[in-house]
Design a binder for this molecule. Structure first.
Ligand code: GLU
Length: 258
């Protein structure tokens, strides 16, 4: 099977050194193997995604010397695909509609534990409040959760009923990522070790939706001087800033240990 990997940034802020590391690793692996390196813009969250950030992704990657194969996939173009998959899971009774607010979830979840509510890969583990309320038609404008007690009972306590579609936009990171990886024929996903907990969810979704499972390589994270991992919401120095200050792409490679 030929090697295909991808870089899948969200256009919700500037790319930083951690993104550069991930993109360069995936790109170089594809090139070394004579495979393909694909680009996917994860812009499913329409409120946080901005065209200017998407444009900057193209500019940063190009400046780094990375080239991608074929057309760019954009999640905002694929809503029908996500809706069909949700419909399929809904008609099999694997989903339920959930109208709980974040606060409802925290309150219900901390009560039996007296103290901090238990946390899973997506935050507080859903206490199951709305589970079992399933009208025949799949509703709109409401969150849809996977009933983990049916989908993968062994994960129901440690992961819980994860959100597969949000009230304010169709789909969720987990659902869209597995469908996109399958439709882009990804053979190896290269991403940070912070996403390791998400991968167990992706394996469940692939099984439920009859999708192939790629191999996964979770790489180390790039940290700041204090050892904290870089994030868009912090003051992580962006690639654009290094570029504006006259750094070269090779210097960026060596900053991340490549
Ligand atoms: N859009 C996700 C991010 O920027 C991608 C995660 C993935 O590679 O699956 O973190």
């Amino acid at each position: 099977m030929s090697y295909v990997t991808r870089f899948a940034p969200s256009p919700t802020g500037p790319l930083h050194l951690g993104h550069a590391y991930s993109a360069i690793l995936a790109h170089d692996r594809a090139r070394e193997r004579g495979g393909r390196f694909l680009l996917r813009i994860e812009d499913i969250d329409r409120q946080r995604s901005k065209p200017a950030w998407e444009q900057q992704i193209y500019e940063d990657l190009t400046w780094l010397g990375l080239t991608w194969d074929g057309p760019v996939m954009r999640q905002s173009d694929r809503l029908d695909r996500y809706r069909d998959a949700l419909q399929e899971l809904w008609s099999r009774g694997q989903l339920f509609a959930c109208s709980c607010s974040r606060r409802d979830i925290e309150t219900a979840s901390s009560a039996p534990h007296e103290g901090e509510p238990p946390m899973g890969p997506d935050g507080v583990i859903y206490p199951g409040t709305c589970r079992g309320t399933c009208p025949e038609e799949m509703p709109d404008q409401v969150a849809l959760r996977l009933d983990m007690t049916k989908a993968a009972p062994d994960l129901s306590e440690s992961v819980g009923d994860i959100v597969l579609s949000r009230k304010d936009f169709l789909g969720s990171y987990h659902l869209c990522a597995v469908l996109d990886d399958a439709d882009q024929s990804i053979s190896e996903v290269v991403r940070g070790e912070d996403l390791q907990p998400a991968t167990q969810i992706h394996l469940v979704l692939q099984r439920l939706l009859g999708l192939p499972t790629p191999s996964y390589w979770h790489h180390r994270l790039i940290r700041d001087d204090a050892g904290k991992r870089l994030a868009k919401r912090d003051d992580a120095r962006s690639i654009a800033t290094y570029r504006a200050e006259g750094a070269t792409p090779d210097e960026v490679r060596s900053m991340v240990g490549l």
